[in-house]
Structures are given as structure tokens and as C-alpha cells.
Ligand binder design. Structure first.
Ligand code: B12
Ligand code: SF4
Length: 522
């Protein structure tokens, strides 16, 4: 097997390209004789994307092209590429002032053109890369994958050249079979123009591969731009400690991308990988797991890992992760603080236990509070981002008051300046329970295009239904106007002024009889 494999990470905000690094590492361990090269367009200035890609292809002459596409979605609640998409959208939909509406429309147009521009540019880069590489390898195989492709594989595939292999989720097993020349039809993939994605393919389990420490000595040989990520000392480099999430949160697609079966990477291997990065000067790590502690069952794994990080003497690092704060113990809290966790995100979505249950999130909000108190007692004094998505299902004045009460309690625990309310609105994603609910309730029809950003589609996909939708729209607009630099806290202040603050106990109790059957059944 003497393949020449070029991994192209398509343009992306500078986030460490851990996906292609892991793929190249896996291939190297199985096929040491294969020639590999990583080319990260995240480190290339936009005007040079196409020429730089062609130069790299001319030089390397690959016979397998691996394109990795990380993200497409744009509804970040913060200023992003070309402004704040959520703000423009809300200005356009909800502003009463015509000037503000017009400003929203112009902003949206700019963002839509940027969004489509990026889509077409990436698709163009793939096509251009294929055409160039075919000059050297007429039998070239091209595989396209990554987070964005995993979510939007049907839409992305519709514009790719015939013969391109489109991969959903992890790509290790697929590349392995492709390079061995074996039939890969049973992997989570399909070939454009030849095969169709199987029904429910996305729900199939990924291959249970046990991951070993990535060999960075090898990676730096095949990736000349690796240095770029070592220069910025504030950069959080991705390290994966496990894959999969067993939960069912109604809007989440992580469980289909990574699967529901949690596969824990051996702690010694994770530490060995971190050690290599540490020795190269990295001090900030992002544990890229869907959830660092997905369930109570995985608490001993987290304890083992953190103890081993301490034992390895890496005592001046910082790390961050998505944490389900219902799965903590005082021992874990203590270890988290000792090992340098300085930021975490809790995605409770609502401070109302009733809504948390209706969204099928399996969180016990009372336990989350108790664990947060333990974390504070253990000495945690850094930033917590709490993700709230209002108006997902059955939101009412009463549940808004409960969320305010819950948030105020978190502030009492950590300090108001340390708890950042991140106000998201759910973007409807394919293959989620929420999508099924939207079908059942005629909000969108099967066959809709989830990547379409025309205003009337966005209005449905950016989940904020009436009767409360306009009210939330106005509250957000008011918050951007009054305090754009502290949007989340301002939203909370306005909601409290309008609706009041419930008694905390009511937020923590959920009457079972009011459950929303449709979503539970969807
Ligand atoms: C951790 C994470 C983050 C962290 C990253 C921290 C860090 N320093 O790395 C943070 C919180 C910063 C983040 C931010 C965002 N993220 Co994020 N993130 C994730 C998450 C949970 C894991 C990604 C990861 O690193 N996994 C581990 C690595 C090893 O896996 P991987 O990169 O996916 O690669 C594997 C496979 O994809 C595949 N693969 C990759 N490339 C290829 C190529 C081929 C050919 C093949 C065969 C296979 C293949 O094999 C790889 C190895 O197994 C995913 C969801 C998920 N569960 O996957 C979302 C995800 C990638 N994020 C997403 C988004 C949208 C974002 C944001 C843009 C959100 C926002 N609106 O602000 C931002 C901005 C990112 C940026 N570019 O600036 C989306 C992207 C898809 C989409 N909807 O567009 C995802 C899929 C979540 C989702 N909701 O759908 N994110
Ligand atoms: S716990 Fe997090 S990753 Fe798991 S299903 Fe829920 S939202 Fe998704």
C-alpha cells in the first residue's frame, strides 16, 4: 500500500484541525508506508486559497484526496463573520422601527451572500482540487467528510462531482477500507452518482475503534503549518478523551454524529497525547468530547484521567470542555480545579425543570446546583458559560420566571461576573427529534432544505415560534440596543423586569402530568 494521501482542511476560523490530525495518525499506524500530507486552509489568507491548494497538489501529487469540512452553520449568538447573524435576523423579523428592519435586511443580505459565498467557495475548492490532482493521478479517489458534511451530507453531496465519497461521522474505518481496497459500502458513507445514503444511515453505530495517543512527532513531519497553532499561547488545542453521548436532547445532533455508545479513550493514551503537545509549549487544551462526563457511569473515567494528568506533572495547564454538571462529585470538582479547568459550558437550555424534561435532556437541575456549589467550594473561580435557548417547547411566562430564578441562583454560587448567560436560539438540525416534531406539526415539510437561508426558511429553522416568538425578538433587540457588549446578562435583566423571578423551588420541580406527548413520542 503506497498511497499518497493529501488531507485538505477546508477554510475555517482558526480552530485546531483535530479531525484530519487524528485521521492521518490512524492511517499512519496501519499503513506506515503511505505518504501523507496535511494542508490546512485555516492558516491560509482567503485570496490565496485556490492557488495555495493547487501548489500543494502540484508538489505532493496525491492519489487520495481527503477534504475535511468543519462548520457551515452561522447562527452564532456572538459577532462572527461579517457581523452578528442572530441580531440581523431578529432586526429583520421583529423590529417595529422600519429603519432597524432595513438595517437587519441589509445585514442579512450581507451574511447570506457571505454564507453562500463560503459554500460555493468550498465546493469550488473541492472541484478545483480534484481537477488538479487528476492531472497526476487519473484514478484519484476523493473523500469528503467532517462535522459540516456529517450534518448536511444530503445537501452537500448534491453539488459534488460524481464518484466523490461522502462520509458521515468518524472517518477512520472508511479510510482504512478504502486504502486496503476493500468494499466500504457498509461504512457510513455513499458515493455521489453511484449509491444513495441508506435510510437511517446516520443512526448506525460508528466502528468501535480504540484510540491511542496521536503521534505528534509524525504529524509535524507531514504538516509544515503545525507551528501556526503553537505560536499563539492562548490557543485551545483539541484533545479527545471519549466519543459518543447517550442522551436524547431533542435538538441535538451530536448523538447521531458520534453515536450514542460512549467509547472512552484510555487515560494513559490521552495523557501521552497531551504530554507531546505540552512538550511543544501548549498549555491550553479543549477536550473536544460531545460531553466530558456524559453520564454518572463515566465519572470514574474522568477521575482517572484527571489524576493521571496531575501525576504527569502538567500542573500549569488550563482546560475547557462541555460539562454535564449533573455528573460531578466533590472529588471530581476538586480534581477539575487542581488540573486547571478554567472554563466550561453547561447546556441546560432552560432553568425550568419542567421544560428540561420536555426537551428530553435528562438533567436534574437541583443536582446541577448542588454540584456547582461543590465546584465553587473546591476553589473554582473562573468563567462558566450557561447556554439558554428560550422558547424551544411550551415556554410560558411561568417558565421564563423559573429560568430567571435559576440563573440568579447560579450567580449567587459563582458570582454574577463569572456566570455568562449565552442566549442561543436553536437552529433546527436534520435528524433530530425536534425536526420530527416540526414535521408532525407542519412547521417544516420533509424534503425542506436545512441549509437554505432565505428569510422565510430561516424564520422556521431558527426556532422561535409564536406566540412568544415576537416577544423574545423584541427583548433581544432591546438588549442589543441597551447593552450590546453584555447581551446575555441584559436579556436576563429585561426578562426579569417584564416577568419577574419565580421562587427557586418551583423551577426545580416538574409536574409530570403536563408533559408534551408529541415531542416525547416524536
Ligand atoms: C468541540 C466542538 C467545538 C469546540 C471546539 C474547541 C476546539 N478547540 O477544538 C468549540 C466550543 C470552540 C466549538 C465552536 C463552534 N462549533 Co463546534 N463542535 C464541537 C464538537 C462537539 C466536536 C468537534 C470535534 O473536535 N470532535 C473531535 C474530532 C476528532 O472530530 P472531527 O473534527 O469531527 O473529525 C472526525 C470526523 O468528523 C471525521 N472527519 C473529519 N474530516 C473528515 C474528512 C473525511 C474525508 C472523512 C472520511 C472523515 C472526516 O473523522 C474525524 C476523526 O474521527 C462538534 C459536534 C460533534 N460531536 O462532532 C461541534 C461542531 C463541529 N461545531 C459546530 C459549529 C457550528 C460550531 C460553531 C460555528 C458554532 C457557532 N455557531 O458559533 C463554533 C465555531 C467554530 C469555529 N470554526 O470557529 C457544528 C458544525 C456543523 C454545522 N452545523 O455547521 C458541529 C458539528 C456541532 C453541530 N451543532 O452540528 N465547537
Ligand atoms: S447531553 Fe449534550 S451532547 Fe448529549 S445529547 Fe444532550 S445536548 Fe447533545
Amino acid at each position: 500500500m503506497d498511497a499518497r494521501i493529501l488531507y485538505v482542511r477546508l477554510p475555517c476560523n482558526p480552530i485546531f484541525p483535530i479531525g484530519v490530525v487524528y485521521l492521518a495518525d490512524h492511517v499512519r499506524k496501519l499503513f506506515p508506508q503511505a505518504a501523507q500530507r496535511i494542508f490546512d486552509l485555516g492558516t491560509v489568507p482567503p485570496l490565496d486559497f485556490a492557488p495555495a491548494l493547487e501548489r500543494c497538489i502540484d508538489e505532493f501529487r496525491p492519489d487520495v484526496l481527503v477534504f475535511s469540512w468543519r462548520d457551515i452553520q452561522i447562527y452564532a449568538p456572538v459577532g462572527g463573520r461579517g457581523g452578528n447573524p442572530l441580531q440581523y435576523t431578529f432586526e429583520f423579523f421583529y423590529a417595529r422601527n422600519l429603519l432597524l428592519k432595513a438595517k437587519g435586511a441589509i445585514g442579512l443580505l450581507r451574511i447570506a451572500s457571505g454564507y453562500y459565498g463560503e459554500l460555493w467557495r468550498n465546493l469550488g475548492l473541492i472541484k478545483r482540487g480534484i481537477a488538479r490532482a487528476k492531472r497526476y493521478s487519473p484514478k484519484l479517489r476523493t473523500v469528503v467528510g467532517g462535522g459540516a458534511v456529517s450534518v448536511f451530507y444530503e445537501q452537500v453531496a448534491s453539488t459534488l462531482p460524481k464518484g466523490t465519497i461522502v462520509s458521515v461521522g468518524e472517518g477512520e474505518a472508511l479510510l482504512e477500507k478504502l486504502l486496503r481496497g476493500e468494499d466500504f459500502a457498509d461504512e457510513r458513507c455513499f458515493v455521489v452518482g453511484e449509491t444513495k445514503p441508506r435510510d437511517r444511515m446516520i443512526h448506525e453505530f460508528p466502528a468501535p475503534i480504540e484510540k491511542s495517543a496521536c503521534n505528534y512527532r509524525y504529524i509535524e513531519q507531514i504538516w509544515p503549518e503545525f507551528e501556526y497553532y503553537l505560536q499563539d499561547r492562548d490557543f485551545y488545542v483539541g484533545v479527545q478523551t471519549k466519543r459518543g453521548c447517550p442522551h436524547n436532547c431533542c435538538y441535538c445532533i451530536y448523538t447521531v454524529i458520534e453515536g450514542k455508545q460512549v467509547r472512552v479513550n484510555p487515560a494513559d493514551e490521552v495523557v501521552a497525547e497531551m504530554r507531546q503537545l505540552y512538550d511543544r509549549g501548549i498549555r491550553n487544551f479543549w477536550f473536544t468530547d460531545a460531553q466530558f462526563i456524559p453520564a454518572r457511569k463515566y465519572m470514574p473515567d474522568a477521575v482517572e484521567l484527571l489524576q493521571k494528568i496531575l501525576a504527569a506533572g502538567m500542573d500549569d495547564i488550563h482546560w475547557a470542555a462541555y460539562i454535564r454538571a449533573d455528573n460531578l462529585t466533590p472529588e471530581l470538582c476538586d480534581l477539575m480545579v487542581k488540573t486547571g479547568m478554567n472554563y466550561f459550558e453547561i447546556g441546560i437550555t432552560s432553568g425550568s425543570q419542567e421544560l428540561v424534561r420536555k426537551m428530553r435532556m435528562g438533567y436534574n437541575l437541583r443536582t446541577v446546583l448542588e454540584n456547582c456549589r461543590d465546584l465553587k467550594a473546591a476553589g473554582f473561580n473562573d468563567l462558566v458559560s450557561v447556554n439558554y435557548s428560550f422558547n424551544v417547547i411550551d415556554e410560558r411566562p411561568e417558565t421564563i420566571r423559573q429560568t430567571v430564578a435559576y440563573h440568579r441562583e447560579l450567580e449567587r454560587i459563582f458570582g454574577a461576573d463569572k456566570v455568562e448567560p449565552a442566549i442561543f436560539f436553536i437552529g433546527l438540525q436534520p435528524h433530530t427529534h425536534l425536526e420530527e416534531y416540526a414535521f408532525k406539526n407542519d412547521i417544516v415539510r420533509p424534503g425542506y432544505d436545512p441549509m437554505n437561508v432565505k428569510p422565510w426558511t430561516v424564520r422556521k429553522l431558527l426556532w422561535n415560534p409564536e406566540p412568544l416568538g415576537s416577544m423574545f425578538g423584541e427583548v433581544c433587540l432591546q438588549a442589543w440596543q441597551q447593552n450590546p457588549n453584555d447581551f446575555g446578562r441584559e436579556v436576563m435583566r429585561i426578562l426579569e423586569a417584564r416577568f419577574g423571578c419565580a421562587d427557586l423551588e418551583s423551577a426545580l420541580t416538574a409536574p409530570i402530568e403536563r408533559d408534551t406527548r408529541e415531542l416525547v413520542e416524536a
